[in-house]
Design a protein around this ligand. Structure first.
Ligand code: FE
Ligand code: FE
Ligand code: ZN
Length: 285
């Protein structure tokens, strides 16, 4: 194991189905050359969460430690909306969020990523304050999980399609050391940040508004659409409008290179991710 650090390192994985549990996800991750992964805490459309299997988790924790795994990411269901105009949806979302945070604690130091929400006509200002208020009710100061606001494409009434909105949420969250950002490359591009022509400029803008250290994970996706399209349609790495050269600059960027990178690209099977991971590893400088 000595000499490990002589090799080029990247923390990379992809979104995996949670069926079979953590040990199963670990085995699939290893099979495709990954050292992290992302999973849905429950059906992406909501619904009941699976029972927590302590034996499965203990086994996973041992394996992930032995194999130098990076932090893993739990992704909240898409139906969660902390800033819906409907109060029962806000309450339902808060309950799911709170229950998820308890469950995710069973894997210490996890990241819990969620879509900030859609204000559904209430306006961004109301939405932002509802999100921050809900976060203050569910995040516990002693939790080991870091909650991540995902950068969004800004479609419809989505909050988080620009860095200032994300900053306003963070400013209103009390427990600041438990909150961070997940930087989704497809979403940021679709939102109108031109990472193709000015990656450094976009990251500098992020740094001046939010602070670069707040990025705790990257969703590494190409985009089917052009910058500013506000569409949110992911593409395979190198086959979209972002392109392999920019993806390569992202994984090698001094601000980003040590973060966990998660692929959420449209693949038919695990082999698709395995191929993508080896493509990306071939671009490490
Ligand atoms: Fe997401
Ligand atoms: Fe994403
Ligand atoms: Zn997306």
């Amino acid at each position: 194991m000595t000499g490990r650090h002589l090799y080029k390192m990247i923390n990379i994985g992809c979104h995996l189905s949670s069926s079979g549990g953590f040990t199963s996800m670990f085995n699939r991750a290893i099979e495709i050359g990954a050292n992290t992964f992302q999973y849905f805490t429950r059906n992406p459309r909501g619904g009941v969460a699976k029972e927590i299997n302590k034996e499965d988790i203990d086994n996973f924790l041992k394996l992930s430690f032995q194999n130098n795994f990076s932090k893993i990411i739990a992704h909240a269901p898409y139906t969660l909306n902390l800033c819906s105009s409907k109060e029962y949806i806000r309450n339902f979302s808060k309950n799911i969020f709170s229950d998820d945070l308890l469950r995710v604690e069973s894997v210490p130091d996890s990241l819990y990523n969620f879509h900030p929400g859609s204000h559904t006509g209430q306006g961004a200002e109301v939405g932002i304050s509802q999100i921050a208020k809900a976060l203050n009710e569910v995040i516990k100061p002693n939790q080991t999980t870091t909650v991540l606001l995902e950068t969004m494409a800004g479609k419809g009434s989505e909050i988080g399609g620009n860095f200032k909105e994300l900053k306003q949420i963070i400013d209103n969250v009390d427990v600041k050391d438990k909150i961070g950002i997940c930087f989704d490359t497809c979403h940021v591009f679709d939102a109108g940040y031109d990472i193709v022509n000015d990656l450094d400029g976009v990251l500098k803008e992020f740094d001046s508004i939010i602070g670069i250290d707040m990025i705790k994970a990257v969703h590494l996706n190409d985009s089917k659409n052009i910058c500013g399209s506000k569409k949110d349609r992911h593409e395979k790495i190198g086959q979209g409008n972002i392109g392999i050269d920019v993806i390569s600059s992202i994984i090698n960027h001094p601000y980003l290179k040590n973060l966990p990178f998660i692929l959420e690209t449209p693949q038919e099977d695990l082999q698709g991710y395995a191929d993508e991971i080896s493509l990306i590893k071939s671009k490490i400088k």
